[in-house]
Design a binder for this molecule. Sequence first.
Ligand code: G6P
Length: 611
Amino acid sequence: MCGIVGYIGDRNAVPLLLEGLHRLEYRGYDSSGVTVLEQGHLETRKAVGKIAELELHLANGSAPHGNLGIAHTRWATHGAPNRINAHPHLDCTGEIAIVHNGIIENAAVLRQKLQQLGHVFRSETDTEVVAHLIEEAYDGGGLEGAVRAALTQVEGAYGLAIMSSRDPDTLVAARKGSPLLLGIGENGEYFIASDVAAVLAQTRQVIYLDDGEIAVLRRDGYNITELAGGAISKEVKQIEWDLEAIERGGFEHFMMKEIFEQPETLRNTMRGRLLEEEGTVRLGGITLSAAELKGIKRVIVTACGTSWHAGLLGGYMMEELVRVPVEVEYASEFRYRNPVVDENTLCIAISQSGETADTLAAMREAKRRGAIVMGIVNAVGSTIARESDFGMYLHAGPEIGVASTKAFTSQVVALAQFTLLMGRLRTLSVLQGREIVAALRRLPEQVERVLELDDAIREIARIYKSATNFLYLGRGYNYPTALEGALKLKEISYIHAEGLPAAEMKHGPIALIDENMPVVIVAPQDGVYSKVLSNVQEVKARGGRIIAVVTEGDTELDGMVDHVIPIPRAIDLLTPVLATVPLQLLAYHIAVMRGCNVDMPRNLAKSVTVE
Ligand code: G6P
């Protein structure tokens, strides 16, 4: 989720690159950097923090001057956000510079191989291996050939911009899994960018690169080919959007953009982690040995808000598949109790921002009492990430909408992966493991299918937009889904909504049911399906209006409910991911129709860093 800008032309590159970086800043930043070719040498400047810091650094020192350059704003995935890890990264000779978005999955193996060949690494990033690979492949045949040869060894996702002082009139770009485009300026000038916002002030003519394509830009023209060598002709697109709309990816709100990003963010959360054959996962951040992981006798999960809902799901998963006792507790409660914790207790702190004060305090308290602490965090280098003994990053990219969406589904998938790892060490056979891996693999495409229901869900929203109360019911794995659905609605539409375990209805809340109380029932065909059916009947018998989230092809509820939202079939523990997406959309459309500020709801903050 970083930003890339590159320039080749006749003008001074630095101001153009900085302008591009500023336009990408909304995607997140923790550090930035720029490399320019100045009188035959590559000159690199980097700074930690916002782009303004880099600007200040350039203004204070000597800003390099030249008309070929690349720049990057980083949102860390591998390695802490500091100057050394900031891009551009250079090879050993300092003659090749690259900026990269994405994740190189086989970075560790490549790094070792390159070190054996004598390459010296400066940063902790996965990116730097690509610079050294290109150096290794450079045989005098030019930058383009070296890049092609290097990329055949790379597994994972990348959007890359590459330059070299050995090839002073060339800028190379390559894409696989991370967006990249070419901006066509006037009079032989060209841009590379990860996002059209970065070039819009200079040109509206762009070419979007597709996966497996490589672009070579020179002042006298450009050439786009397949990585394997085949020629391609690409269409030049004229961009009509205004800048603000582009930052939101053409969506009206960040929240909607983030809901629609979920197929991609889930892929990122799983990238390089699933091991089909072994039926397990490889989690680079989990630094405990198998024996240490097996030594865990108890798990405490602690978090706030939406992250706590993901935690509840994690608890269910771990008890079912790892057979270890799990307690899931609000961080704000945990921190002031006198909890039983020992050195065999694993405390999992879950946080999108990694900065939530209560979660941090709970985690510190658990640590003080001797627990091993694991963080499941989205923001790399955040306090919770730093203070955890080990952990997992979500790789979901910056979440801007205050109501959490893509971070939640990534948290659930991260917890499913950790459960699988632990389960395979204890109770699960390789065949059971493979089934879970396959189900995870299917998930992003299934989420894509759920997103196709957007229009239908908007129509349901239209019917219920004036309701003053909502109930959300679910059982088993989908009780937390009901809680999350209700939370989304109240956060952004200000409608009072409650999530309940479906069977608890009859112990009180059923008194509330009448035709003015819409009830959302999450009823996929899972282990508790038949039980939920009887709860549906209880609501129907009292005149309630029901919106049911069901498994595709299930017609059993047709006559009983008012609206059906079908989701693809999945294994029980992953149904919440698919069932939550329509509930996000429902909340979103209702809030928009009520004229609410969905990205910045009243009284809420994205990151609550006070108690
Ligand atoms: C705030 C946000 C919620 C979020 C919660 C926990 O209340 O508005 O969306 O779920 O904090 O945040 P965290 O960053 O720790 O996941």
